[in-house]
Design a protein. Sequence first.
Length: 355
Amino acid sequence: MKLLIVNWKHPSDPDAGGAERYLARLAELWSSEGQVVTMLVPRPAASNSDGRRPFEIIGAGSRRSVFRDALRFLKQHGDRYDRVLESVSTRPFFTHRVVGDRAFALYHQMAIDVWNIEFPFPVGLVGRYLVEPHWVRGMRGARVIAVSRSTKDDLQRYGVNAIEVIPPGCDAVGKSPPHHQSSAGPRLLFMGRLVRQKRAPDAIEAFRFLQQTWPDATLDVIGDGYLRRSLEARRVANVAIHGFVSEEDKNRLLTEADIVLIPATREGWGITAIEAAAHGVPVVAYDVGGLRDSVADGKTGLLCRPDPVAMGQAASGLLGNAEERRSMASAAVAWAAQFTWERAARAVMRVLAGA
């Protein structure tokens, strides 16, 4: 099968996230099975590429124009491909309007309240209540795969019915060393892009509340983004801002952590929660879309109302209950084991091939 994957970011882009990881892992696994896979992303297509990917990457337009230029490419060359899979993180490409039933959309998430957090008034208001609903309604009749039940439910409110729910996998599943109990004080961890929607400042505020009970606790913050300088300027005691780290260092910090804090605005799924689970580390996360799917509340971690004090209280209580943390750690490893990339690749290919 000849497959074209369409996305608005290169998988090696510094701003790439879970959606890009999902696409890259599918493309790698399908290519290893003999499928002919091409990925279309903004130019320059080869930028930040390690040159070792087993699939072709081509460029069309810039980050802003790729939505238009991808459709132009399909009008000229769409007949080359048996299936087209577009990745949707808020804005669709509408490839079904060009290639019809050969097109599928892997829908990661709607932005909804993220608009108000990432954009100033009135742009955020217009985006949330006019622009995004217009985009989503344009996907009625398209063949949509949602990455979570939360995303499926969000789409359904606008008349878009996802034909499958297929969560992503996790590279850490089956490869993670067991959690190592530190001899020092409790260790907490935040990992994610340092942008407003990921709410790293909330994690720090939750940690400051927790320090009232656990003064020897530490918080490691890994990730990069436009909030990094302001977070570093706070100079909160026992908080270390690491920036971007290697996979080796990330896994080491996960192995040493007692709890992972995830105070996101919303997620399509929440790969971070599964990475923590694979290491046997319970999470305390905001009770929002996506995280409700990736965290088994009360079993692999705790969901709390979106408030730093509530997060600090939940984390503090969990630190004080070693038996509950051990139970969650064991359940978390078993929970994460379900989410392999091989499973995700087979499930998505089954949908594509069965059309």
